[in-house]
Write a protein that binds this ligand. Structure first.
Ligand SMILES: [Zn+2]
Length: 75
């Protein structure tokens, strides 16, 4: 969802999702972050699904083992 329309003040702010209509709008970081997470929700869910199924493969299992091993050696 990447809209590039600029000719309407009714559209929500592309950065934070607020539809204040104010021209001198300042985005709040937390709201902007929430909005971005909401926008990317599907991608995040897809990524998580792919990530968890990867962990069940042989490569994924090895990667987990390696990560745990590296972390305990780094400490
Ligand atoms: Zn904004």
């Amino acid at each position: 969802m990447s809209t590039h329309s600029t000719n309407s003040s009714q559209l929500p702010c592309p950065t934070c999702g607020l539809s204040s209509g104010a021209e001198s709008h300042v985005c709040e970081l937390e709201i902007a972050l929430d909005w971005r997470m909401l926008e990317l929700r599907d991608e995040i869910e897809d990524f998580e699904r792919a990530f968890w199924s990867y962990l069940e493969t042989a490569h994924g299992t090895f990667a987990q083992w390696l990560a745990v091993r590296r972390r305990s050696h780094a400490a």
